[in-house]
Write a protein that binds this ligand. Structure first.
Ligand SMILES: Cc1ncc(COP(=O)(O)O)c(C=O)c1O
Length: 428
């Protein structure tokens, strides 16, 4: 992508009443189109013609799961009703012993960590790797105990976690790794798609994600057939999927199924995913390429070697040593210039989330943290897990909501706005 930077980059900042760098609204994402509509209408047409209601676990859902698994190079997929459900189902499929510990990322969506106490395990938050939103191997290693039964990582922003050393840690202990790929459809790590690296993976397909199954949805992926059947049982009231000669439900669980209507949308969307990811990569590449000539303080966030992000958003790092203001003020000023910026992703800092700090899951007694079974394993219900790296990166970095409908003009405006704001706040 060749980007022409034509904007004047001086002038009063928009936060101080000056003209905005970007005066037009940013393009809408336009995720759903005629093809998705046609897929849904076709289901209705069939239903009206035959008198049969569309349901769940039907042909559309089966095809969607197979196509999703094929897109990841083969394996098994179970479509569920949200990304949070996908994380829950992935964890349940592993049949972790209650009152063991699951290492969790400090920066993630609540739905990416809340399932842990809901399976009666203890979430142990690992700090981010310095300069990243994602956990790093040292930070995971620092939280491992003989109570650890699994490691849950999240590829935040579509930036792959540095997986190999984390997989080595898990392998050495014989514990599984769950990948939360809610924000990372299509991201690659050393030539392998994220979601295929650990034992089992969870994706969100709500309508803000790279590809969607309608308003809400999720999907669990694994290469292990046994785990797949366990996921199916966990997502559908313990029905004896994959078990021979068993009649009734085999375990207590919820009904977390997706449905054929949503899967029909997902199938169309899946066909667009490669293009969506390629476009986001091109845009992020163009912003990264354009910044050095125009900015001293702002640079793309660190990625592990061999990682190709899929940019659910683009994380930019601000080196505040060059500036007279802090990262939040800088990002706020950029937002005022008309660039869609999330000033701070602090809502995603789970180590400080009230429910976790106050140990609130079940009842007034702070179960499962306070369970005698956890104490018997040597667990401390009030242990603190500070995350200084996560706090630092959330203070210095901000998120730009790029998406596949952006073009050269949006990239140029973003870079021009960075330059304008930086000039106003440059130190010395
Ligand atoms: C990293 C991560 N995990 C889990 C979730 C939960 O997914 P959902 O909103 O589909 O329940 C999200 C949602 O954005 C997420 O970003």
């Amino acid at each position: 992508m060749t980007v022409r930077l034509e904007h004047p980059v001086t002038g009063q900042l928009a936060i101080h009443g000056g003209p905005r760098t970007r005066t037009r609204p940013m393009p809408a994402r336009g995720l759903f189109g005629e093809e998705e509509k046609a897929a849904v209408v076709a289901l209705f047409d069939t239903s009206i013609r035959t008198g049969e209601a569309f349901g769940y676990n039907g042909p559309e859902e089966e095809a969607y799961c197979q196509e999703f698994a094929a897109a990841l190079g083969g394996g098994y997929a179970d479509a569920v009703n949200s990304g949070s459900s996908a994380v829950y189902v992935a964890l349940r499929a592993l049949q972790l012993e209650p009152f063991t510990e699951v290492i969790c990322p400090a920066i993630t969506d609540p739905g990416g960590i809340m399932p842990v106490p809901l399976i009666n395990c203890i979430p142990i938050v690992a700090d981010a790797r310095p300069g990243s939103y994602n956990v790093g191997p040292d930070e995971v290693a620092a939280r491992l105990t003989d109570r650890t039964s699994a490691i849950l990582v999240a590829h935040i922003a579509g930036e792959p976690v540095d997986m190999d050393p984390i997989l080595d840690l898990a392998q050495a202990r014989g514990i599984p790794v769950v990948e939360d790929c809610a924000q990372a459809h299509g991201a690659m790590y050393r030539g392998r798609p994220v979601g295929t690296l650990g034992d089992i993976a969870a994706f969100s397909t709500m309508s803000g994600k790279h590809h969607a199954t309608g308003a809400q949805g999720g999907i669990v992926f694994t290469k292990d057939e046994g785990l797949y059947w366990a996921a199916r049982r966990a997502s559908d009231r313990g029905k004896p999927f994959g078990l021979q000669g068993v009649a009734g439900p085999v375990q207590a669980s919820l009904n977390l199924n997706l449905n054929d209507l949503a899967a029909a949308i997902g199938r169309v969307q899946l066909g667009k995913l490669d293009e969506i990811v390629a476009a986001r990569r091109r845009l992020a590449g163009a912003i990264a390429a354009g910044l050095p000539a125009r900015s001293r303080a702002v640079s793309p966030g660190w990625l592990p070697a061999g990682a190709e992000g899929s940019y659910w958003f683009m994380r930019l790092h601000v080196d505040v040593r060059h500036l007279t203001v802090d990262g939040d003020t800088f990002a706020g000023a950029l937002g005022a210039e008309g660039i869609p910026v999330a000033v701070a992703y602090r809502g995603a800092l789970q180590s400080q989330a009230p429910w976790l700090v106050e140990r609130r899951a079940f009842g007034a007694g702070h179960s499962p943290w306070t369970a005698p079974e956890y104490a018997a394993r040597g667990g401390d219900p009030v242990a603190e897990y500070p995350c200084p790296n996560a706090m630092a990166v959330l203070a210095s970095d901000f998120n730009v909501s790029i998406h596949e409908r952006w073009g050269e003009a949006e990239v140029a405006d973003t870079i021009a706005a960075v330059e304008k704001v930086e000039r106003a706040f440059l130190r010395g």
